[in-house]
Design a protein around this ligand. Sequence first.
Ligand code: GLU
Length: 440
Amino acid sequence: MATQPNEAQAQAPVEFVMTPAPPKQNLWTQVLAQLQDVSRQLDLDPGIVRILSTAERELKVSVPVIMDDGRVEVFNGYRVQHSSARGPCKGGIRYHPNVDIDEVRALAALMTWKCAVVGLPYGGAKGGVEVDPTQLSQTELSRLTRRFTIAILPILGPKRDIPAPDVNTNAQTMAWMADTVSMVEGKSVLEIVTGKPIPLGGSLGRREATGRGVAIVTGEVLQRKNRDLSSTKVAIQGFGNVGSVAAETLHGMGCQIVAVSDISGGYYNPNGLDVPAMLDHAARHPHHLLEGYSAPGVEQIDNEQLLSAPVDVLIPAALEQQIRGDNAANVKASIIVEAANGPTTREADEILAERGIILVPDILANAGGVAVSYLEWVQDLQSFFWEESEINRTLNSIMTRSFKEVWDFAEVRGVPMRQAAVMLAVNKVADAIRTRGVFP
Ligand code: GLU
């Protein structure tokens, strides 16, 4: 049994992600178009395509919050369960001003594919509140989280729908959610969310899992291309929970991290950045930002310069729709590993594929987070906790096995990895629907 109190983790401020939104295309329309494509290729039953083209359940809630100055603000909140065909619904909760029903629905469907492609016994869900969390105090965030939790509680449950952190939420947010449910139900229901602090039924290795998974698949793709880790240059957009851990892990594997960015700007050194020093800098910043970081040889760059930096691997680890029709031609990397959800538009996908750029898609590349969420849930349900080495070994085997399945399928079918991953995922979900039958 390994439980190490880690209060610091729960109390660490969220690394706020507020990248200015690019002109937005509807993510749900993109997810639907992709589903249509793969359904044709798989020759799927039209009834199953119809089922997968709508979410099973969508809840829109109003979240009134008494602000610190006594005024009442009302925020829009959502929880969408796209599919429970393969098991309880699973997916994060995000706090961001751009949250709307189409975004949440699209991200819920991506969770369905993600859990299926890496073989977790879950369906897909997502939630969010339309709010700029940088404008809220900790007490306001606590009240917002607790009221939102109560509002969506009728559709949650350890065997129904299990939320987790996502953009601008963290272990502290999950602690508030678990506490709220436990208080109103009059018993401990910590297994209702994952990504919790370690002393509250969280799992060792969960906070780092998404970034570690990204590093594992990056290592796999480099190996397939006979690339030496030490001569590989990497650019990472985003230095929050995912980007910073991916940077740290890849740096530890011997890669040269030459560019990273967060909302404070981009930092570039063609000879390699001092990643430990940058992690240290961000850890000391009140919002965990790189703001104010400088070192000899480090140049300030903007977001577009980061995306077009002369590197071998580009890792978008911030928000969706960063690589688009208007900038995909500028990408110099030969490999893209999608740490964020939906960072590449369909238009960009085509341009990248034509240019022979290998793209490891989000539903595979960033599945390490939900994979260790699954391990957390299993540990909570059995009330028996594992060593971190055990967690990391299992994460490693889930990621490498899933990578191999997608890579091999893409080779055999002669399709890009995203198409291969979505085809494998949709096929598994379709199988579950077919076997269960349509109730009644
Ligand atoms: N929000 C993360 C994702 O998009 C994790 C979800 C989870 O652990 O349930 O994959």
